[in-house]
Ligand binder design. Structure first.
Ligand code: NAP
Length: 251
């Protein structure tokens, strides 16, 4: 189905921060492509929720650690909606707590393949569709970084922190590269946000443990991150590109 309503694709859009971005994006009037890696039920439930609220959405499976999956995912959005106006590089992983002197090459390669290479390849596909240089109408990209990019996450996951440091630099470089092609590129750096990612890294109590160390003495919510992302995607932020917005409660 093609049409004039703007289209938003969110990687890892089925749960956590990505799902909040999809919900808020739909409320802002976007047709939403919800990417997920394996949990189809969660993705389909979100699509049903968006449709029940009067929005338009579809779920698209694809591992951002796979170039073939990424190309297929963008192809599916082309076929479903015929355009792409907004893209969020949200999918990202952490691994179990480890020191650098304990990390093996398979861990490091997986971390960088999903968090860094995947973000580059997805942005490549988005730019090919949005850039006026390629006949597109322009668009907006937001990368999800992390406060870890500046904190380094010692004793926990320096590999993850470094992957997000790469996302910060990528944001600045790509923003300048496509600034004359109708595309703005920005990043959001969430602090500790209450999602299932902490449990997936073997630390289900992480939000609770860090709470008293946070300036606001609380974790952030997914909606607080989504609001910042939707602002950066929107025309209200028309002179903002290459920006990295901390949404970390002062951490
Ligand atoms: P989450 O709750 O673990 O959700 C992960 C989402 O990403 C799910 O939709 C999952 O799909 C999808 N996903 C995982 N691996 C994927 C892959 N290889 N390809 C495509 N999709 C994949 O994560 P979150 O906490 O919302 O985190 C979202 C982003 O925010 C990440 O980039 C993370 O680094 C960043 N961030 C999070 C925090 C925090 O405290 N939560 C802080 C700073 C930054 P399935 O359901 O199919 O697995």
């Amino acid at each position: 189905m093609s049409g004039t309503h703007k289209v938003l694709l969110v990687t890892g859009g089925s749960r956590g921060i990505g799902a909040a971005i999809c919900r808020l994006g739909s409320k802002a009037g976007y047709r939403v492509a919800v990417n997920y890696a394996s949990n189809q039920d969660a993705a389909e439930a979100l699509v049903a929720e968006i449709k029940a609220a009067g929005g338009e959405a579809f779920a698209v499976k694809g591992d951002v650690g796979s170039e073939a999956d990424i190309v297929a995912m963008f192809g599916a959005v082309d076929r479903a909606y015929g355009r792409l106006d907004a893209f969020v590089n949200n999918a990202g992983i952490v691994d179990v707590k480890a020191r650098v002197d304990e990390m093996d090459v398979s861990r490091l390669e997986r971390m960088m393949r999903i968090n860094v290479v995947g973000s580059f390849l997805c942005a490549r596909e988005a730019v090919k569709r949005m850039s006026t240089r390629h006949g597109g109408e322009g668009g907006s990209i937001v990368n999800i970084s992390s406060a870890a990019a500046v904190l380094g996450s010692p004793g926990e996951y320096v590999d993850y922190a470094a992957s997000k440091g790469a996302i910060d630099t990528f944001t600045i470089g790509l923003a300048r590269e496509v600034a004359l092609e109708g595309i703005r590129v920005n990043a959001v750096r969430p602090g500790i946000i209450d999602t299932e990612i902490h449990a997936s890294g073997g630390q289900p109590d992480r939000v609770e443990r860090f709470r008293d160390l946070l300036p606001m003495k609380r974790a952030g919510t997914v909606d607080e991150v989504a609001g910042a992302v939707l602002y950066l995607l929107s025309d209200v932020a028309s002179y903002t590109t290459g920006a990295i917005l901390n949404v970390s409660g002062g951490r």
